[in-house]
Design a protein around this ligand. Sequence first.
Ligand code: C2E
Ligand code: CMP
Ligand code: CA
Ligand code: CA
Length: 415
Amino acid sequence: MVLSKRKRYRSGEVIFREGSFGQCAYIIESGQVEIRLEGSDGDVCLNTLGIGEIFGEMAVIDGSPRSASAIASEPCDLVIVSREAISERIDSADPIVRLLISMLLKRMRITNKSAQGAQKSVSKVSEGNPLTLDLITNDDISDQKQQVLEKMRIESDLKQALQNDEFRLHFQPIFDLNLNTVSGFEALIRWNSLSRGTVRPDIFMAIAEETSLIVPIGRWVIENSCAALKRFVAEAKKYGIKETPMIAINISGRQFNDPKFFDHLVSVVDKNKLPHSNVKLEVTERIFMEGPGALRAIMKARNLGFPVALDDFGTGYSSLSYLANFEVDTLKIDQSFVRTMLQDHKTKAIVEAVIQIANGLKVPVVAEGIEDEQVCKVLGEMKCNYGQGYFFSQPLSIEDAIKFMRDSACVKSVS
Ligand code: C2E
Ligand code: CMP
Ligand code: CA
Ligand code: CA
């Protein structure tokens, strides 16, 4: 915190009075402070605070008047914490944390008021205060509050979803544009919630990523992706497909924070007797913003023989220096470029340049979001190695994915 200044108070001196505006909070460096409420039958002492305690934060945080008076009950030294120092923290806090704080403050005010026996309604006290920080208040029925509440509900439902077996994996074929075969599948999670119906993965995985739930869900994805790959490999053998299929698993940066991540991954892959080289980890460019730990994890993955794909390339913080400094095994050009490249010559030029750079670095490229034949053809001419998108197939259930792989192999052997 940015601490502005210190102030000394004499015994009995009033630091501030109930109902006044709160411009700052205080930390007690020495001495004691009484927190008092004025009642019709005399003052009520709510608490006596000592060294290291903070007071005066409530009015600063929720913008309502001081909830009580503060009086030095002995000589004391106080550090003054500016309003800005607190508001910076509040503004950057998680919206759920802000909502919880606002609820706690409101409850605290109500509890204090009942101790005082006052008739005044607390909500009236906090009405129309110009100093209100960007807290989500309890009275607020804004979209923002609804969103926060919905997020909390989804989080709570997500916890049950694993136990209730509500997740499934779908598999989207990744096509080798040169060989015209299925080279493997990307595993994409689906949540068929008992209470909500189908929930989009970009919504619930973002929430899982904000919480530790990403770890058990991520483990579930790895376990089921590997079990699926085992089946794909067996089916490929059965149908005489020479290339061993691979599976691409989306990994969020936070999964790497789990110290057992690699132990778990290796044990699952080895238990299924799968080659590490056929289990590809897809990470997005955002991972580069998550600090050295995530980058070390990418290197560790590659050292263990797991290829790493850089997903959604071009959308985030793509920096060519990352490509120079960090070895990745595949680049996936984001679908937003692929889908619009035939309508916009600049986008087309970017896609072509990315493919050329990747070819120069000898990094295979996957173009995502191919929805029609013309786009597929142009990408082939640009020497893009792999393609993925509705043109080939939507994400499929495991049975349909196996059938798709088999049919594609048959078409190839006939042609
Ligand atoms: P992503 O990794 O970029 O996955 C590709 C998304 O594009 C998938 O959406 C896929 O269904 C969709 N897609 C594929 N081809 C086309 C196309 O031709 N046109 C259009 N319009 N869309 C296409 P999905 O399955 O809804 O997944 C959305 C995102 O959720 C994924 O984006 C990924 O970031 C995340 N996600 C999905 N499964 C997992 C998972 O198991 N773990 C993690 N960490 N994230 C996941
Ligand atoms: P604020 O409302 O800004 O001003 C009065 C301060 O007293 C308040 O912030 C809290 O820091 C503190 N305070 C209020 N109620 C209590 C309580 N019950 N116990 C201890 N401290 C309190
Ligand atoms: Ca992906
Ligand atoms: Ca992607």
